[in-house]
Design a protein around this ligand. Structure first.
Ligand code: 1GP
Length: 225
């Protein structure tokens, strides 16, 4: 997967926009958000996406948004916080509550490093965003070699990140998939981050300029024709 769109259940998207996203050349969708998470909104998004065969990942950041019939779940593990609630605390409580009913085979964990201090997710999780490239690289190695996480996610939500830091991270990961998300607003930026990351994630621009959002996916379609 080279490209995913991240859809926020708290934001409205007309049906014809969703149809365009489905046929854009993207490899799939993440449903995820930080606030105002309600199951009805998650259900509505699934309903809007019903016409696609592309994978749909439900990124669970709050118990209230769990749709049991979802095909794939992504579980964030925030690495750059000292508040253990976001690394394993909430996870443990949910596992305690749901116990035997968790469909482990449909669950993939993501090791997040959150780097935009102004992002809601950074504030919520008390992420330590003031990191050097060496810090970020160390987190990538921790994710792959100590925690053996399947995905390492460099998250600049709302801000375009530093391509050089992203390049350096790409050089130290081999088994762990490298995902990059944050501030991609043009096909040039999509292409730049896609040189280094296995998968790029495009979110906010969908709601601000749909045509620009579509272009971030179309470039990958053109390459395979
Ligand atoms: C957010 O990484 C994604 O979780 C995408 O970021 O919304 O800034 O595109 P943007």
């Amino acid at each position: 997967m080279k490209h995913l769109f991240k859809l926020d259940p708290a934001k409205n998207l007309p049906r014809n926009s969703v149809t365009k996203l489905i046929h854009s050349g993207t490899d799939g969708f993440i449903i995820g958000g930080t606030d105002n998470l309600e199951i009805e909104a998650v259900e509505n998004l699934y309903e809007l996406l019903a016409e696609t065969d592309l994978p749909i990942f439900l990124e669970v950041s709050d118990e209230s948004m769990i749709l049991p019939e979802a095909e794939h779940f992504l579980i964030p593990v925030v690495l750059n916080t000292e508040n253990s609630k976001w690394t394993h605390g909430l996870h443990k409580e949910l596992i305690k509550e749901l116990g035997d009913f968790i469909p482990w085979k449909r669950i993939t964990s993501e090791g997040y490093v959150i780097l935009n201090k102004d992002a809601k997710v950074a504030q919520l999780t008390e992420a330590k965003t003031d990191l050097t490239d060496e810090d970020i690289i160390a987190y990538a190695r921790l994710a792959e070699n100590i925690f053996r996480l399947p995905i390492f996610y460099v998250e600049y939500s709302g801000m375009y990140g530093d391509p050089e830091a992203v390049r350096k991270v790409s050089e130290v990961l081999s088994d762990t998939e490298f995902w990059y998300g944050g501030g991609i607003r043009s096909k040039e930026q999509a292409a730049e981050m896609a040189k280094y990351a296995d998968t790029i994630i495009v979110g906010n621009i969908i709601y601000e300029d749909l045509e620009k959002a579509l272009e971030t996916a179309t470039i990958f379609m053109e390459k395979t024709v």
